[in-house]
Design a protein around this ligand. Sequence first.
Ligand code: SAH
Ligand code: SF4
Ligand code: F3S
Length: 441
Amino acid sequence: MSESPKKLHIKTYGCQMNVYDSERMAEAMGAKGYELTDDPAEADMVLLNTCHIREKAAEKVYSDLGRLRPFKEARPDLKIGVAGCVAQAEGAEIMRRMPLVDLVVGSQNYHRLPEMVAAAEQGARPVDTEFPLEDKFDHLPERPLAARPTAFLTVQEGCDKFCAFCVVPYTRGAEVSRPAARILAEAQKLVDKGVREITLLGQNVNGYHGAGEGGDWGLARLVRALARIDGLERIRYTTSHPNDMDDALIAAHGEEPKLMPYLHLPVQSGSDRVLKAMNRKHTAEDYLRLVERIRAARPDIMLSSDFIAGFPGESDEDHRATLDLIAAVGYGAAFSFKYSPRPGTPAAGRAGVAPEVADARLQELQALITAQQRAAQEGMVGREVGVLFEKPGRLEGQWVGKSDYLQAVHVRGAGLAPGVLAQVRITESGPNSLGGELVAG
Ligand code: SAH
Ligand code: SF4
Ligand code: F3S
């Protein structure tokens, strides 16, 4: 009789790159006989793939670990691992504060996970937060059957920008781009297994400069090469830095139909004084001019951004400059966060804005962003747009997919299934999703 497979539960926090990494870890553990489970109560191993970006995100890991204690008490064999950016930033502290943790694996060492689990099973408490010279992805198993029409694909990792508020350069290390041939091969495999849309991931994805045929490839060249893969219908990428938005990439938005007209282009603030203090190395005017150039290439492009409210030294006037920039750009979506001082970052020691002031500014940002988002959703009514269907909706016969502009769309119609790409006329808009009908033909 064969032994029943061991079960692995992974909880993923933070950004899309963690989602991608969690899949790759699941695959690496799958090769060692572990099956995924949604239920931590039946797991032999629980892995928390963590995020360090704001204090709340990082602290959540400790409370979630506390919540795992009864499981560990009931089943002392249960192994608990911490991966991701909190692991990278404070691996030793996790081990000290949380005796129930069996292993800590930093964001660049996932290829070592299976051997670390084996060590943990022998009673060791391994910690690995080195930045290795080799590429973790070279040592992870090939990607198995993707049962979904969309997939993430990491092309670049790390960040050399050192924005004064941000932990990413410390938790993900220096910028490293994967070679183009590896990315193309991985994309081809995904497409062979039914993937129709790929989102290229990088902390600074448009800074991509990987080794390719004939020398260094930028992101535009990579996108164009990917676009030649038959069966791959849509390409997206995230997250971009304004300073790396080069002419070739802007041109690709105008010329490459598979490159979707939605771009997340964080600016953080509309005040030059604050942008300087953040070490963003561009002005509000630079950003507005960049947006103009992108829109000249692709007039219907929908933009989104991130904003920070209450950065140290931010005055009312600075805050109003941010509101003005949002009004001037007109976003399809945006995210705003209250500034959170992060240990080890340059801004952490600076005198902060009073919390109630930061809260009020955050609310003001969010109100303006929500209004713009609503207007963008309503502006879709009556338009025809491509929708890639992903899963059944809640109502009978209904399917849910994403529009070219990354909006959720609900449709009822014959012949819909995951992976079907169809033209849809939008008939109604809600705050979080659109409704529509299939366009005949
Ligand atoms: N690499 C991406 C995003 C990194 S983090 C980029 O450069 O845009 C995602 C977002 O979190 C950032 O855009 C920023 O708005 C926010 N963020 C990062 N550090 C933060 C902090 N210390 N406090 C509040 N928000 C922060
Ligand atoms: Fe963080 Fe700035 Fe790098 Fe983005 S560009 S990851 S905000 S340091
Ligand atoms: Fe968080 Fe790390 Fe991503 S800090 S946002 S999980 S790169």
